[in-house]
Design a protein around this ligand. Structure first.
Ligand SMILES: [Fe+2]
Length: 243
């Protein structure tokens, strides 16, 4: 079987991600590590939320939208010697990007020689207009890199953090599309979290998290929202559970 070695399911050559230890750590740039007043205000407010909070967006129609993505799926961030059945479609990314472009940060690091900041990748692909069920979300926030991720059987993310520094330029939302109840598992800080289908969640991905799927087509959209006070207040407005 060639899948997981050098080619994908369609026979296209895999674009392997750079190994993580080849990526220059951001904290080598000490200036970048010092939070601004707005960083501190945003992070304190986000910390008040908890690690896993549903929002009140209504998502309906993924079954129709997903048909439009058919030709755009590519393996997400394949790594040599590791079988991991993940596929992606880029929705918002670097200038001039296309839906089939690589969208993993380690893949982008291989292209650019460094990991680009999430908030610099704010250009929509055709996929954004195709995903009508998320149009309310797309209009609501300012976004950096965002993509559809599909986990098939055995597809997983091992334990990791997306950010650790208070200077992170973006925070994460995850939209759960269609119904993968029973086959998709998410854990944050080693605790299983509850997923309502067709909901968007704020996830504190500064905390260690992991996920995996026991079946095909566990579809999500990973959003990076530009971290500023306006977007943090918009997030508070959209919490499903208010005071
Ligand atoms: Fe993550």
């Amino acid at each position: 079987m060639s899948f997981g070695r050098d080619t994908d399911k369609r026979g296209n050559k895999l674009f392997h991600a750079v190994q993580e230890n080849n990526v220059k750590p951001v904290y080598q740039d000490m200036e970048y590590t010092i939070p601004t007043l707005e960083d501190m205000q945003c992070e304190a407010q986000l910390s008040a939320l908890g690690v896993w909070e549903p929002l009140s967006f209504h998502i309906s129609g993924w079954d129709e939208d997903v048909k439009k993505l058919e030709d755009w799926w590519v393996p997400f961030q394949p790594k040599k010697g590791i079988l991991n059945d993940r596929e992606s479609v880029l929705v918002i990314g670097p200038e001039g990007c296309k839906p089939s472009d690589p969208c993993g940060l380690a893949q982008l690091a291989k292209i650019y020689g460094f990991k680009p900041n999430e908030d610099t990748m704010s250009f929509a692909t055709e996929a954004k207009d195709a995903i009508l069920c998320l149009s309310e979300v797309f209009k609501y926030f300012d976004f950096g890199r965002s993509f559809v991720i599909r986990l098939n059987s055995g597809g997983h993310y091992p334990p990791h953090r997306d950010h650790i520094l208070l200077t992170r330029p973006t925070f994460r939302l995850i939209a759960f599309l269609g119904d993968s109840t029973g086959q998709l598992r998410w854990e944050v800080e080693d605790k299983l979290v509850h997923v309502e289908p067709n909901h968007v969640y704020y996830v504190d991905t500064r905390k260690t998290h992991r996920l995996w799927s026991a079946g095909s087509n566990s579809d999500m959209v990973v959003f990076n929202v530009v971290k500023n006070w306006t977007n943090v207040m918009k997030l508070m407005t959209m919490l499903k559970y208010q005071g």
